[in-house]
Write a protein that binds this ligand. Structure first.
Ligand code: 5AD
Ligand code: SF4
Length: 452
């Protein structure tokens, strides 16, 4: 120990989407100058941050049960004569129901919404003076990004990079437009700076994040506007060999972006493009702004541009008014597209959203049954997609050591986890791997060329 007062421990638990993962990293960056180092043990943390998700009821309830556990840890620590543990709730639950959190769990010291993380140091100082300070988080995402430190410590060969926040689509089931605010895009030059800094630290792959990432509207000058322009610019950064983006909306999948998939080898052939339902009646009630046919046509176009592209999707079953025939239409759409992977959810009634007040709410047992059927189909497609890689040679970006000695873990262009035996120095390199085995969640292979 150096004896400085700088040895403080920060435990962050992240729920929900990848944007929360990015935000958690950035919170750690903001707190580092205050002497907080990240720990993976909550019991002796000086500061615990729960970075929360509000998308479905279950995600929200998890936060309250975790807070109960953290409170016990704090009490145990105090009894053992340890220092004070500060408890903070961040993220979308903080944004949506900050006062409710303070009321339901008095142990919470501070609540901070997703656009106010840069104010964390000040909030912590205030919370130490008097409990009960909470920031009414605003939607000025701009301030947040400007105030965050330019340097990041990615600690790996892949990194998330937020380029866009918020959503103006107002799907009738979704809380995001209320928790994350209106669509807002970061300026191109700021993103390019951050990406260059990441590449300098050894990052080979970035995933551009946004609630509606393909609604990105920054201007890339000669490279073009929108997400396509940004991707073209990023593709020129030396060392940055792989670019992904998520999550996209079908309505914002423009020609320029589709063309970028055809032309840029850096843009990985994997696209998460949620449709939510295959029934036009339900799509309309969801306010998705497109039909099932328009979505299928769009996929046809994307596949014409990049024939090997792997598609991924989100589905909601049991939306109000969903009949058996609507659900069958969803299954048919899944069969028609053939997804590499998908996520399916039971509709969760979120207070304040239009769908929560719609007639025809669906019984839980019906949702369970539909979810099981959809999941069976999704699993079958995922296994088939993985099995189809056996015998192929795929470029794999190795990210870390595997579970077994001598093994490395990486990703294929199609985002599949791949493990193969190989020397550690291949971490951070893109290496051809002959795929020999496939399971539901991963592939196994051997290095195609003997390592140098
Ligand atoms: N109920 C169930 N699933 C939801 N999603 C968003 N809101 C809800 C809700 N109220 C799902 C959508 C979205 C994904 C991130 O979460 O499928 O694409
Ligand atoms: Fe939610 Fe719809 Fe916006 Fe996606 S597009 S974040 S589902 S409102």
């Amino acid at each position: 120990m150096t004896g400085t007062a700088q040895q403080k421990r920060l435990f962050i638990k992240t729920y929900g989407c990848q944007m929360n993962v990015y935000d958690s990293e950035r919170m750690a960056d903001v707190l580092a100058p205050l002497g907080y180092g990240v720990t993976d043990q909550p019991d002796d943390a000086d500061l615990v941050v729960l970075n929360t998700c509000h998308i479905r009821e279950r995600a929200t309830e998890k936060v309250y049960s975790e807070l109960g556990k953290i409170k016990e840890l704090r009490e145990a620590r105090q009894e053992a004569g340890g220092g004070r543990m500060t408890i903070a709730v961040a993220g979308c639950v903080a944004q949506a129901e900050g006062e409710e959190i303070m009321r339901r769990q008095p142990a919470v010291d501070l609540v901070v919404g997703p656009q106010a993380y840069h104010q964390l140091p000040e909030l912590i100082a205030r919370a130490h003076r008097a409990r009960g300070e909470r920031l009414a988080a605003d939607f000025a995402a701009e301030d947040k990004f400007d105030a965050l430190p330019a340097t990041r410590n990615p600690g790996g060969v892949t990194a998330f990079l937020t380029v866009q926040e918020g959503c103006d689509k107002f799907c009738t089931f979704c809380v995001v437009p209320y928790t994350r605010g209106a669509e807002w895009s970061r300026p191109v030059d700021k993103i390019v700076d951050e990406a260059k800094a990441l590449a300098d630290k050894g990052v080979r792959e970035v995933t551009l994040l946004g609630q509606n990432v393909n609604a990105y509207d920054g201007d890339g000058g000669p490279d073009g506007k929108g997400l396509a322009g940004l991707v073209r610019k990023l593709a020129k950064i030396p060392g940055l060999d792989r670019i992904r983006y998520t999550t996209s909306h079908p309505r914002d999948m423009d020609e320029a972006l589709i063309a970028a998939h055809a032309e840029l080898p850096e843009l990985m052939p994997y696209l998460h493009l949620p449709v939510q339902s295959g029934s036009d009646k339900i799509l309309k009630a969801m306010n998705r702004g497109h039909t099932a046919e328009a979505y299928l046509k769009l996929i046809e176009k994307i596949r014409a541009a990049r024939p090997d592209i792997a598609m991924s999707c989100d589905f909601i079953v049991g939306f109000p008014g969903e009949r058996d025939s609507d659900f069958e239409a969803t299954l048919n759409l899944v069969r028609e597209v053939g997804y590499a992977s998908s996520f399916s959810f039971k509709y969760s009634r979120r207070p304040g959203t239009p769908a929560a007040a719609m007639p025809g709410q669906i019984a839980e047992e019906v949702k369970d049954e539909r979810l099981a059927r959809l999941n069976a189909l999704i699993d079958e497609q995922q296994r088939a997609f993985n099995a189809a890689q056996v015998g192929k040679v795929l470029p794999v970006l190795f990210e870390k050591k595997g579970r077994h000695p001598g093994q490395l873990n990486g990703r294929s262009p199609y985002l599949q986890a791949v493990h193969a035996e190989g020397p550690d120095h291949l971490i951070g390199q893109i290496v051809p791997v002959r795929i020999e085995a496939a399971a539901k969640m991963s592939l196994g292979g051997v290095l195609e060329t003997a390592p140098a």
